[in-house]
Design a binder for this molecule. Structure first.
Ligand code: SAH
Length: 266
């Protein structure tokens, strides 16, 4: 495969350059050309790229220009990277870029990344799932200029009372609050907002409730690059009545570990 020209869509992670995967970093180190998506991922691109690697910022480029750049580079270089924030498969226009590359006969590959949703939960030391509380996570956004497909309004999704990780919606926080209330969430339900999750020195964690999270974020001047996590699991670190996971229960056998009782019997 060494001589095949290929465009890799690499997840750069949420901001901390150390949160790229080893595979992503190794690809960057041997890339001939890298097109990164704005300031969020410039650090990873420049930190590990080899000398002579062509590095460009796609800020201000249209999708057509991005695809044109990738095709042009792929025609002369072996390894071309489109470096994207978080995971390329989440709100990253991945397929819109892959299709024209397919048409141009250029090979593509995707390296997943740590999504900002995961980094936000980590920042707050939160678990997105908890036994008997919720076992489901929905990654979504508020309707803005991008319309939501039928059945996917936040109000409808929130009726599941599971974990909701809301992207691209910090400027619509009042609407998020209303959607949760309309879906039957209590005004006191905890909400976590993380701004620039994992960015060294710039991360901000705001804790509030459905009723006051907007005011708290306003006071902290948070109006971009933030994830809103609404979940019945938020704040569980402080709970005194936590239900334990069966996975580590002494009475619970699974494939890799026999329950103590069975070991005793054996
Ligand atoms: N593919 C990316 C999401 C891109 S959409 C991922 O997997 O994370 C851009 C949105 O992602 C932003 O509006 C914001 O909601 C979120 N985002 C990206 N980086 C972030 C970060 N470091 N902290 C909090 N939210 C972030």
């Amino acid at each position: 495969m060494a001589n095949v020209n290929k465009v890799w869509f690499v997840g750069a992670g949420p901001g901390d350059p150390d949160l790229i995967t080893v595979k992503g970093r190794d690809l960057i180190a041997r890339a001939d050309a890298i097109l990164f998506a704005g300031s969020l991922v410039s650090e990873a691109a420049t930190r590990w790229a080899k000398e002579g690697c062509v590095i460009a910022d796609s800020k201000g480029m249209t999708l057509e220009q991005i695809v044109g750049w990738l095709i042009e580079q792929a025609q002369q270089s072996k390894t071309v990277i489109r470096l994207q924030t978080g995971d390329p498969g989440l709100y990253g226009a991945l397929i819109e870029m892959v299709q024209p590359l397919d048409e141009a006969g250029i090979e593509t590959g995707v390296v997943p990344g740590v999504s900002s949703a995961m980094a936000s939960a980590a920042a707050g030391v939160e678990s997105l799932t908890l036994p008997e509380i919720t076992q489901t996570v929905i990654l979504t956004r508020m309707e803005g200029r991008t319309l939501m497909p039928e059945g996917e309004s936040l109000q409808e999704l929130a009726k599941h009372h599971c974990t909701l990780c809301v992207f691209l919606s910090i400027t619509l926080l009042k609407k998020v609050q209303q959607a949760l209330l309309d879906a039957g969430w209590s005004k006191d339900a905890p909400i976590l907002v993380v701004h620039k999750a994992s960015w060294p020195g710039e991360e901000k964690i705001i804790r509030g409730t459905v009723a006051d999270i907007h005011d708290k974020c306003k006071a902290e001047k948070i109006n971009s690059q933030a994830i809103i996590i609404a979940s019945p699991t938020i704040g569980a670190r402080q709970w005194t009545d936590l239900k334990k996971s069966r996975l580590y229960d002494a009475d619970f056998s699974h494939r890799f570990r026999h329950a103590d009782k069975q070991i005793e019997k054996g």
